[in-house]
Design a protein around this ligand. Structure first.
Ligand code: SAM
Length: 403
């Protein structure tokens, strides 16, 4: 019997500056992990004992964009040499001998925090060139440049990961595509800010819709609390929804001109509850403390005659120590009758996280295009992350467990 593969080292990708809070979160939720090598946006850990069931292992972390097992690292000055070294790594060879690898994810570590000096996470020219070099030397037919598999990796398969920690230092790992986010290289959906977007909040909302897979359908209504100037509302409009934006601040003229958009110019507490009648979905992106956002949302969802099916809430984190309150946030939303509550720091979030809530997990939308990397979803009318027509429930879709 060959020795089973039982890895003991892991890696996780996070936002620049979120390393300490990621470690803090895991110290509570996965105390069997010890932090090891770390760079801004990239952290490794050692398990206190080898992992006996790597297929099932998941890192329970809001701040981990993606994660997997370590297989080694290579250093060098030329792409071709780095790619050649990678395929020679003993742990890579041992892994390939015992596992079928269906995909290759190559990405560059974030340079800065999202939105800082125009930086946005996602594909880079260097990562594309590195991927090409790696595929050219691949001993695995399905990863060769001309293979039919392309960049799309089916669900529940192994993927080989290459993270460009520095241009001349590549970290190699692997992970299972057990969730939609696990099929995005580096945990970043392939989105670009469309030209018509009035704020980068467009990206946040597009990613939130894609990650959360709420069963939104064209023509349904959503209220966004804190909508100005209107980028996130545009992503909702582009997805075919009717949007009511609540905000005392000015909304961009181009958004106001959309016949499917209505601006209610007031603060959330002053807004008539009638606005929320016949509305299926609620979003919030107010620059206030999380407890204020949750108070405002509670006052809506618990009001008689209002029936919100699901929510996408941005919770601002002026202080990262708020991580200790995440379980209380989740419990609070559950107490309103939303049993499926998840938190994630989205790739396009800044110092904030996204909370997605549904009445039950069985309502989550089927992911027909899981694993595909499509270029901008921002063009009208086919917008981001929405089902047409509504699809059947998918109880097994997201294995990411709530807090
Ligand atoms: C981060 S901005 C929202 C960005 C917006 N979602 C977009 O897509 O462009 C935060 C907004 O929250 C609004 N806001 C703050 N407190 C609010 C409240 N109590 N009710 C409604 N809006 C509020 C602010 O006026 C501000 O426009």
């Amino acid at each position: 019997m060959p020795t089973p593969w039982q890895p003991q080292f892991l890696y996780a990708v996070c936002q620049h500056g979120a390393e300490a809070v990621l470690k803090r979160e895991l110290a509570v939720r996965a105390p069997q992990l010890r932090p090891a090598f770390s760079r801004p946006g990239f952290v490794t850990f050692k398990l206190d004992a080898p992992c006996t069931d790597p297929e099932k292992f998941a890192l329970p972390a809001v701040f981990a964009r993606t994660s997997g097992f370590s297989l080694g690292s290579v250093k060098g000055e030329r792409l071709h040499d780095l790619a050649a070294q990678l395929w020679q790594l003993p742990d890579v060879q041992a892994f390939l001998e015992s596992h079928e690898v269906a995909g290759l994810h190559v990405w560059q570590r974030d340079e800065r925090t999202p939105g800082e000096r125009g930086f946005e996470p996602g594909p880079t020219i260097l990562a594309d060139e590195a991927e090409e070099a790696i595929r050219e030397l691949s001993p695995i037919e399905s990863l060769r440049p001309d293979s039919a598999a392309g960049r799309s990796t089916p669900r529940n398969r192994w993927v080989l990961d290459v993270s460009l920690i520095e241009p001349n230092q590549w970290f190699v790992g692997c992970h299972r595509t057990t969730s939609r986010v696990a099929s995005w290289p580096g945990g970043v959906p392939d989105l670009e800010l469309p030209e018509h977007a009035v704020s980068r909040a467009y990206l946040k909302m597009a990613e939130a819709m894609s990650w959360a897979s709420l069963p939104m359908s064209r023509g349904e209504r959503v209220v966004e609390l804190g909508c100005a100037p209107g980028g996130a509302s545009q992503a909702l409009l582009d997805a075919g929804l009717e949007v009511i934006g609540v905000d005392p601040a000015e909304v961009d003229e181009s958004v106001l001109a959309d016949p499917n958009f209505t601006h209610v110019r007031s603060r959330s507490v002053e807004t008539s509850r009638k606005v929320f009648r016949h509305v299926q979905w609620l979003a919030a992106d107010m620059n206030v403390a999380p407890s204020f956002t949750l108070d405002a949302v509670e006052a809506v969802v618990k009001h008689p005659g209002i029936s919100i099916r699901g929510m996408l809430l941005t919770l601002k984190l002026p202080d990262l120590a708020l991580v200790d309150e995440f379980p209380a946030f989740v419990e609070r939303v559950r107490s309103w009758g939303y049993r499926d509550v998840r938190l994630r720091q989205l790739a396009f979030n800044r110092q904030e996280i996204c909370l997605a809530a549904l009445r039950s997990r069985g309502q989550r939308r089927v992911l027909r295009t899981a694993g595909t990397r499509k270029r901008p979803t921002g063009k009208r009318p086919s917008g981001p992350g929405i089902s047409t027509p509504p699809a059947a429930p998918a109880p097994s879709d997201h294995p990411e467990s709530p807090i």
